[in-house]
Design a protein around this ligand. Structure first.
Ligand SMILES: [Zn+2]
Length: 361
């Protein structure tokens, strides 16, 4: 497959961990990388300029096919020249296929080998998503990386359900690979198989010959323990093709990111830094704190003295707590900026360490 203008360059390795550069037509993305999630065409509470400005300096963000398809709808995004122009963001965007949201948010009416019929979680209207339809939506969005439409079994699904989902996901991946794409749009395959390592390997064996531009692990961190997530990661991540970017979907905490990088993952996304920020959970070098806690009422220290973000350089914990308790809009902006900067800094430090202590590739 190998899309023109899209290439993964390996820079250094340390054990299974990798530092690299994802070259895309909209600019390079140093890896390992955390991608802020812009569910509805917006990384909540953040402007495009704030996302792109150092020290946060987000190089790639994620958009959700399911959400954007339902609202504002493709007609609007097409009329506005695609998702980049619509959102005022000129760096790379990865779109998911809609599969995960359909299976987790929507009311499923019917799933068959052709696709999924579901009702919108917004207004109950009925829609059908097939591999071809998912690819057509992602083509209109004009993302730099599209994802194959996959079936995501729920947490606790039995082996038979995983086997059926894998077979379907493989057949759907082949249909996605044949679909027309936006110019320069790369396509990643998604490995399913739950927490059974042999299933994961069997599914990877089916997808690897399809020669996708990158490979993702889907269906992790969907309710299983982190010990189980890590067991699968440790066994399977480094078996994904070494010359392609490896993407762990929808995971997770700063500890999960560190573990994923050590296992050989290059790309991550999760709503956690922004969602937790809005709920009062802030990540610092000393761990997670809850800004609502009364002990911060008179705390004049910055949220994290080592963080270079504007929040930590300009306001105190006492002020952040006040904004949170008073439900001021500014709280969400300052908290999201901090958490995203913390995640970006975590990834940058992991990358520096791989380059410094590892072997040049
Ligand atoms: Zn900060």
């Amino acid at each position: 497959m190998r899309t023109d203008g899209f290439r993964f360059e390996l820079v250094a390795t340390a054990g299974k961990a990798r530092a690299g550069i994802l070259h895309t037509p909209r600019g390079p993305v140093p890896t390992p990388v955390f991608m802020p999630v812009g569910t509805a065409g917006t990384v909540k509470a953040m402007t495009a300029r704030e996302l792109a400005e150092p020290p946060l300096d987000a190089r790639i963000i994620l958009g959700n096919t399911y959400h954007l398809y339902l609202r504002p709808g493709l007609e609007v995004i097409e009329a506005c020249g695609g998702l980049h122009r619509f959102a005022g963001w000129d760096r790379p965007i990865l779109t998911d296929s809609g599969g995960f949201q359909v299976f987790s948010l929507a009311a499923i009416n019917e799933i068959d080998d052709d696709g999924v019929t579901f009702r919108s979680h917004i207004d109950g209207s009925q829609h059908r998503l097939t591999p071809e339809q998912s690819m057509a939506i992602q083509r209109v969005l004009g993302s730099d990386v599209a994802m194959c439409f996959d079936e995501c079994p729920p947490a606790g699904a039995d082996g038979g359900a995983h086997d059926r989902a894998m077979a379907r996901t493989t057949a759907w991946a082949a249909r996605c690979a044949r679909a027309e794409r936006a110019p320069g749009q790369a396509l990643f395959g998604i490995v399913q198989g739950g927490t059974d390592v042999d299933r994961r390997r069997r599914h990877l064996d089916q997808l690897a010959p399809m020669d996708f531009d990158g490979y993702a692990l889907g269906g992790l961190s969907v309710g299983e323990s982190s010990a189980e997530t890590y067991r699968v990661l440790d066994a399977v991540a480094a078996e994904l093709p070494a010359d392609r970017p490896r993407y762990l979907m929808g995971v997770g905490t700063p500890d999960d990111l560190a573990h994923g990088v050590a296992a050989g993952i290059d790309m991550f996304d999760c709503v956690m830094p922004t969602r937790n920020a809005r709920n009062g959970a802030l990540f610092t070098g000393e761990g997670r704190l809850n800004i609502a806690n009364a002990r911060f009422r008179l705390d004049t220290a910055p949220l994290d003295a080592d963080c270079p973000c504007e929040t930590c350089r300009t306001v105190s914990r006492a002020y952040l707590r006040h904004l949170f308790m008073a439900r001021e809009i500014l709280y969400s902006r300052l908290a999201s900026l901090h958490n995203l900067t913390h995640y970006a800094g975590t990834m940058a430090r992991l990358r520096e360490r791989i380059v410094r202590e590892g072997r040049a590739a």
